[in-house]
Design a binder for this molecule. Structure first.
Ligand code: ADP
Ligand code: ZN
Length: 513
């Protein structure tokens, strides 16, 4: 254990802050007790201090693995300015520069050493001669091919725990669903790591989804309602960023396109203009936003459906960093879904990408509090509806769906969580097909207990049950439908389940055709 006053004093002395943010102190104490730690905290939550502060106090050298060579210099400069002895080693340096760092390390002058996962071999000499106090792995989701930023070199990092079993590892990331989290811990050989999950709730962001009819017209009136606010419009293609920007310009809106195909100098200029409020609206591909620090982005619009919830969450998160009320608007079109399915099918890891897209679509189709769905995706459960999403503000009509829910959940229970949605529905509806016959599902007690509900309606009810948190799709196990811990309240304690009338959804489907 380390004295709380020591931690506070160090926080003040080196970082200039008086109090810890949520979880920081708990994480730091856990490091001092020698445990491995997995930290899930949204961008801007204050992850860095969780390993930088212990690095200062612990005897020996802390190794920090970071994927962004381009940012390493800035990170290290920031630390040295604060009087923290930090350095980095990577392939961008000359051998002479690297030698200089090695000498400083040998002289015991460095507390934090940043390096990229590709440069692990540079550390061999250090490993054999120095006492390592802590191993920090930043952007740890890069290790998981289930995540959205897979970096093959990250998969070598499991080696570190094998080589140094008694040195605490801290892995940090801003985006990881439950399954990715487990994958990170397993691959890093820290299966018993203590997980610290900060709240992902950004209460100041209003969540809204609309059908993608006349998008440009809707966007123009949206911007006209808030003429002094700046915002970002995310589009799927470079072409779309340009056409949308042009249409907005024609409506006298100060908008410009931004994508990776634009020359580097011009891109920097656009970023600067946006940050300085000389440009009001950026129409961008997802290339825009990384490392952009503008706290007063008042709104984010998704012109197209994002391909997964991680990306969506990260992109809407660029609005309202100052904590003031901000708007997010997602346009939902089935044309996008089809397009994204094609992309997913040509990617590696097809099944995972498709399942993630499904979750994105479920969010867009949601009939219950969107924030609940968003947060449950990251494993965070909130008991109350948020009151700051379009569904909360304009709720659909509900009826007592307890019996329907009980039927669905007991079918999943009888199938032992081993079948995907389609088979569950087939069982509920008493279908005759080869899967049912091969596996003898007609013998199940739940077989054919709900023939009166049409197949597609079942699909929507089950989607609602997923969104309500009673069922989950195990998308790393062939999309098998599983019960969650909350299902037993419905199955055994008669918990009432309100389901939304499907009429409303049918209307949405019609409108979008
Ligand atoms: P993350 O890595 O989670 O995105 P950072 O570690 O970069 O976040 O921290 C985000 C910002 O919050 C930084 O400017 C950092 O200095 C600041 N910060 C971190 N911890 C605290 C604290 N305890 N009090 C005030 N500001 C903090
Ligand atoms: Zn809500």
């Amino acid at each position: 254990m380390i004295a709380p006053t020591t931690l506070k004093n160090t926080l003040k002395e080196y970082f200039g802050y008086d109090t810890f943010r949520p979880l920081q102190e708990e994480i730091i104490n856990s490091i001092f007790s020698g445990k491995d730690n997995l930290v899930i905290m949204p961008t801007g939550g204050g992850k860095s201090i969780c390993f930088q502060l212990p690095a200062i106090l612990l005897e020996g050298l802390t190794i920090v693995i970071s994927p962004l060579i381009a940012l390493m210099k800035d990170q290290v400069d920031g630390l040295t300015t604060n009087g923290i002895a930090a350095a980095y080693l990577n392939s961008s340096q000359t051998e002479i520069e690297q030698q200089a760092i090695y000498s400083e390390i040998d002289a015991g002058k460095i507390k934090l050493l940043y390096t990229a996962p590709e440069s692990l071999s540079y550390l061999e000499h250090i490993f054999s001669s120095q006492k390592i106090s802590l191993i920090a792995i930043d952007e740890a989701h890069c290790i998981s091919s289930w995540g959205h930023d897979f970096r093959p070199a990250y998969t070598n990092l499991g080696y570190l725990k094998k080589r140094f079993p008694s040195i605490p590892v801290i892995a940090l990331t801003a985006t990881a669903d439950k399954a990715t989290r487990e994958d990170i811990a397993n691959q890093l050989n820290i299966p018993h790591a203590k997980q610290h999950i900060a709240s992902f709730d950004r209460k100041n962001l209003k969540l809204e989804v609309r059908p993608a009819n006349d998008r440009v017209k809707q966007i123009i009136s949206f911007i006209d309602e808030r003429p002094t606010e700046s915002g970002i419009i995310y589009c799927l293609s470079r072409k779309a960023t340009e056409t949308v920007a042009e249409k907005l310009q024609n409506a006298n809106i100060n908008a410009i396109a931004y994508h990776a195909g634009i020359a580097h100098t011009k891109r920097s200029k656009i970023q600067e203009d946006f940050i300085n409020d000389t440009c009001q609206v950026i129409c961008a591909t997802i290339a825009f936003g990384m490392g952009i620090d503008k706290s007063n982005v008042r709104w984010v619009i998704h012109y197209n459906l994002p391909k997964n919830i991680e990306g969506y969450y990260q992109e809407i998160g660029r609005a309202g960093r100052d904590g003031l009320p901000s708007n997010t608007l997602l346009f939902h079109s089935y044309a996008d879904v089809i397009q994204l399915k094609k992309f997913a099918e040509s990617s590696g890891n097809v099944e995972v990408q498709l399942a993630k897209l499904d979750r994105m679509k479920e969010y867009a189709d949601a009939l219950s509090c969107r924030r609940k769905i968003l947060l449950s995706y990251f494993g965070e459960l909130i008991s109350e509806d948020c009151g700051n999403c379009d569904v909360c503000n304009n709720p659909p009509q509900f009826f007592d769906g307890t019996i329907i829910a009980q039927k669905a959940l007991s079918a999943v229970a009888r199938l032992k969580g081993q079948e995907p949605i389609g088979t569950v529905i087939d069982v509920l509806r008493g279908a005759q097909n080869s899967v049912i016959q091969e596996k003898n599902y007609q013998e199940l007690k739940t077989y054919g207990i709900a023939k009166d509900i049409a197949w597609l309606d079942w699909k929507q009810y089950i989607t609602q049950l997923i969104n309500l948190g009673y069922l989950e799709i195990a998308f790393h196990e062939n999309n098998k439908l599983k019960l969650t811990e909350f299902a037993k309240d419905v199955l055994f304690h008669n918990k009432k389940v309100d389901l939304a009338n499907l009429v409303a959804t049918k209307e949405i489907f019609e409108e979008q055709k």
